[in-house]
Write a protein of this length. Structure first.
Length: 229
């Protein structure tokens, strides 16, 4: 049996996505024919802030981290995108440099959709334009919510919200493989303060810290903390 290629998996993924589902069948086939498969190893940079932005990318396999550098070798983690997500759409639309870093968090397979190929097809599919605008608006809303959280919520509330929203692994109690440094970069805090908060929650039975996993025992308690302000 022949193993499916990135293009095969990408075709199935795009056909299921809300954005590309708005294209007519002929346009989807045209995009797949022009898409460029790329692979990246875990930890490898996909693009940096300021790089030329001439494409949008779809995550076919793996997880891509979107982040912003803040100086002193630190960064703010904006999102970890699993298979099925798209990124790079802002630079693809306006043709200007990248506004964030993208890094392969795991081994990744991507489909690269070039601006010169995608824009003419979007122009022929008004409903796809609307879906793309909806996707951009949703991301702007999430960004606004994040900035509001940092401005008005204390670190425990921000951390509780982040733990509840981050995709969990395995069955049973939610298990997160985030390091404390990564959590700090997601909530705009320091690793030391995140550690202090997690240890307090561990003593209270809200979660466990075991073998580099954060295991959520009481999501209800976290929800109360997240809504405490």
């Amino acid at each position: 049996m022949i193993a499916p290629t990135t293009l095969d998996r990408g075709r199935q993924l795009l056909e299921k996505s809300a954005l590309f589902g708005a294209f007519d069948a002929a346009s989807r086939q045209e995009l797949i024919a022009r898409a460029q498969p790329r692979t990246f190893s875990a930890g490898e940079a996909i693009c940096h802030v300021g790089d030329p932005g001439s494409s949008m990318m779809a995550v076919v396999v793996g997880t891509v981290r979107i982040s912003l550098p803040t100086g002193k070798s630190k960064e703010i983690i904006l999102a970890d995108l699993p298979a099925g997500e798209l990124f790079g759409e802002i630079a693809m639309l306006d043709g200007k440099p990248r506004s964030a870093n993208a890094t392969a968090l795991t081994n990744c397979e991507l489909l690269v959709l070039q601006r010169r190929d995608l824009l003419p097809i979007l122009e022929r599919n008004a409903s796809a334009w609307i879906k793309l605008m909806e996707m951009l608006c949703a991301r702007i809303r999430r960004s606004d919510e994040r900035m509001s959280d940092i401005a008005f919520f204390d670190l425990p509330a921000r951390l509780a919200k982040t733990l509840l929203l981050y995709p969990a692994q395995g069955a049973g109690p939610a298990k997160l493989s985030l390091s404390q440094r990564e959590m700090a970069e997601m909530v705009g805090g320091t690793r030391e303060n995140v550690n202090r908060c997690l240890r307090d929650w561990q003593r209270r039975g809200i979660l466990d810290l075991k073998d580099r996993w954060t295991i959520i025992r009481s999501p209800e308690a976290l929800r109360k903390i997240a809504q405490s302000q």
